[in-house]
Design a protein around this ligand. Sequence first.
Ligand code: ATP
Length: 307
Amino acid sequence: MITAENLTKRYGSKTAVDGISFQLAPGKVTGFLGPNGSGKSTTMRMAVGLDRPTAGTVTIDGKPFAQHKAPLRTVGAVLDAGATHPGRTGRAHLRVLAATHGISNKRVEEVIELTGLGEAARKRIKGYSLGMNQRLGIAAALLGDPAVLIFDEPVNGLDPEGVRWVRSMARQLAAEGRTVFVSSHLMSEMSQTADHLIVLGRGRIIADAPIAELLSSGEQRVLVRTEQIADLANALNTSGVSLEHLDAETLQVTGLDPRSIGRRALETGIVLHELTPQQSTLEDQYMKLTGDYVEYRSGGQNQEEAR
Ligand SMILES: Nc1ncnc2c1ncn2[C@@H]1O[C@H](COP(=O)(O)OP(=O)(O)OP(=O)(O)O)[C@@H](O)[C@H]1O
């Protein structure tokens, strides 16, 4: 369980994390979503004692990270996959970490197996691909069999196979009853991994809800096709309804359900060729939520990056 209360971090005049409170439940993947610079990494770093809050608290199972006697057995974190000793082999790196916590070499072999490091465990880390480094980071996080796992942007830069692997690993760890906290700036990524989302914008929480709830809270749009488009627009043009002309015969209606649209069309003698409810996508929801909170834009790169 991770609990943040009024958690705040300021760097000089810059407020990176602005008084946020949340509680993460075990047995779920909670996605931590927000544009670049919204404060995700800072929050995660404070959770594992790498940064000190300016105000407020963040605790793991009721205690700040630093007060846990055996941190590796409490929280497994992958915050910077590159933070290893490049001259060591993967196995040696894991053994050194394990030794600091009295964890057996048998467990080292188990996590090598679990993360599919396989033969790579015998090679020096400096020759690792990004994917192998990520697996090594996750292997290290799993060493102490912790109940809480924190992964900061774990799929950044991975190939599709690596992305799929991280996703299924996160799901599996949650299914085992662990608390899994995963950050990303991509809604598409989170929608395939997380059960619950905390959305951050400029250091503040702008949504904290199950994915299903975020989806259903979207305004319903309905696609309507008719040859009498001007008449239909007239018939539907009432307060709270917005109309967008998509082409000469197609209207997109927001603020009215399909049944009411059909009824109004019948009352005014308009023949409809199509009446289709459009599911609001999570991506739409994310854009709507974070639209005002983006710290900077970089030619659309904040959203769907090629993977
Ligand atoms: N050590 C630091 N000194 C000064 N400012 C910092 C420091 N670390 C982070 N910041 C600032 O705090 C804000 C939040 O950064 P943070 O890295 O937590 O965001 P993020 O949501 O993880 O973004 P990204 O996805 O880009 O990593 C940003 O404006 C960042 O520039």
